[in-house]
Write a protein that binds this ligand. Structure first.
Ligand code: DX5
Ligand code: ZN
Length: 220
């Protein structure tokens, strides 16, 4: 049976009750904390930065998965390691020397992730796939929570899975954006290993129960 990992996106939490929401994730069946860092340049929105991540790190008892939606992410690799990031994901579109960036992330003791915008073809990762611990396929245009899932994502997951298998790589696949109980199973069947869910979890009547449902339906 496949153990699909569920990563609630803290972007959809109530920032006035952040500790409460962090504890909710700690006590739920969620596997990771997904942390969205936006700079207002790479994406048309600004989320939160280092002081907030520092506060989250103090309370979070699970893997911290940081998704950098920022230009020139190399500037901050060490900072995010020091703040407690376990996985650091940079965007393909934001890196001129992706191979070098991946080595720098690993040198700081973190797992290295690469995120792809919806228009970016997965085949572009072929030559670097063995150096990537996780590929994050964006199933919305990055910048905002609560957007609708782009259906072309299934095809991208299948294509990426084929590249990973063919290269005998151990890369895992994360899906980010618009994930709900309506697309979760199909995503896992296509090859997804980690599902990020923001609004679907935090805007639910019972967030921990919603996490459990996602976990259960994707354990297939
Ligand atoms: C989008 C972010 C996502 C977002 C997901 O730019 O990277 O992680 O928070 O939120 P939902 O699940 O609401 O689409
Ligand atoms: Zn994200």
């Amino acid at each position: 049976m496949k153990n699909t990992l569920i990563a609630p996106s803290v972007l959809a939490a109530d920032f006035a009750n952040l500790q409460r929401d962090i504890e909710m994730i700690n006590n739920s069946e969620a596997d990771w904390f997904h942390i969205d860092i936006m700079d207002g340049v790479f994406v048309p929105n600004i989320s939160f930065g280092m002081p907030v991540l520092e506060a989250i790190s103090k309370h979070a008892k699970k893997t911290i998965d940081v998704h950098l939606m920022i230009v020139d992410p190399d500037r901050y690799i060490k900072t995010f390691a020091d703040l407690g990031s376990n996985i650091l994901t940079v965007h393909y579109e934001a890196c001129t020397h992706l191979h070098r960036t991946l080595q720098a992330i690993k040198a700081e003791g973190m797992k290295a992730g690469v995120a792809l915008n919806p228009h970016t073809n997965v085949s572009l990762l072929e030559d670097v796939i063995k150096d990537i611990d996780m590929v994050c396929i964006m199933s919305v245009n990055p910048g905002f929570g609560g957007q609708s899932f782009i259906e072309n994502t299934y095809k991208k997951v299948r294509q990426l899975k084929e590249i990973i298998t063919r290269n005998n790589a151990s890369t895992i696949i994360e899906i980010d954006g618009g994930v709900t109980s309506k697309n979760a199973v199909q995503l896992v069947e296509a090859g997804a290993d980690v599902l990020v869910a923001g609004n679907f979890v935090f805007k639910a009547e019972n967030p921990p129960e919603t996490i459990s449902e996602l976990k259960k339906m994707t354990s297939i």
